[in-house]
Design a protein around this ligand. Structure first.
Ligand code: DQA
Length: 149
């Protein structure tokens, strides 16, 4: 059985749908997880969809992905802009990494315009709303061994 694609979500994304809907939209993280599962089924891949507000937990999951995941899609949320620890963990992962941001971080405050994670990501999707996760999943399936192009 092929390894799953990990889809990791950072802090405050558990509040998706409630939090600043004018920026992040009205869909909840459960809605996003369901949409990703449905697309994964269509594409013939499996996913593991996770969220944590804690940097160390995200690092632990990225370490766990070594050997257990075929690729990582990550919205590191605010940790994108601060976390060398998440960058280092991703750099120790051999497979493809796609970074997703719901909002266009380049159109926002200066402190959001730099992401440590982008230095490791094979692709970055920003400003496509929650559809960015689905775009990321389609791209990932083209990158992982045995995936479709
Ligand atoms: C975000 C953008 C980050 O700057 C912010 O801290 C988030 C979400 C996005 O998906 O647009 O929490 O990663």
């Amino acid at each position: 059985m092929a390894k799953p694609i990990f889809i990791l979500n950072g802090p405050n994304l558990n509040l998706l749908g409630l939090r600043q809907p004018e920026i992040y939209g009205s869909q909840t993280l459960d809605d996003v997880a369901e949409a990703c599962s449905a697309l994964a089924d269509d594409l013939g891949v499996s996913i593991r969809f996770l969220q944590s507000n804690h940097e160390g937990q995200l690092v632990d999951w990225i370490q766990e992905a070594r050997g257990a995941a075929s690729g990582i899609i990550i919205n590191p949320a605010a940790y994108s802009h601060t976390s060398v620890a998440i960058l280092d963990a991703l750099s120790a992962f051999d497979g493809p990494v796609i970074e997703v941001h719901i909002s266009n971080i380049h159109k926002r405050e200066a402190f959001r315009q730099h992401s440590f994670v982008s230095a490791r990501a094979d692709g970055v999707i920003a400003g496509c709303g929650v559809e960015g996760y689905l775009l990321g999943l389609r791209r990932m399936v083209g990158l992982v061994p045995g995936g479709k192009t």
